[in-house]
Design a protein around this ligand. Structure first.
Ligand code: SF4
Length: 92
């Protein structure tokens, strides 16, 4: 009996580990799928604010790490303090 219960226990541990490690990958994958494809140069993106306007205030910004997020329009990592000509302030 103990020989049949050990594999079940190991499987349960492996499934639990896969679920725990798979969730962050799924979240990153979904954020990447929502990211834009417009080249930064086409949007005249800059990695610094335009006055008081910056990406973290923009409706298209997708938060990521404190130093880089994504944009629903512009491709690549986006600095929360960056800015581009497509800037659209968040409502509210
Ligand atoms: S300012 Fe431009 S690059 Fe920044 S989040 Fe908005 S649309 Fe994207």
């Amino acid at each position: 009996m103990s020989s049949t219960s050990k594999p079940t226990t190991r499987r349960g541990v492996l499934i639990g580990a896969a679920v725990l490690t798979g969730l962050p990958i799924l979240a990153v994958s979904e954020a990447a799928h929502a990211a834009g494809t417009l080249p930064k140069a086409n949007a005249h993106y800059q990695d610094h604010p335009n006055g008081t306007k910056h990406c973290s205030m923009c409706n298209y910004y997708i938060p990521g790490s404190p130093k880089a997020g994504m944009c629903k329009v512009v491709a690549g990592p986006i600095d929360p303090n960056g800015w581009c000509t497509l800037f659209a302030p968040k409502a509210g």
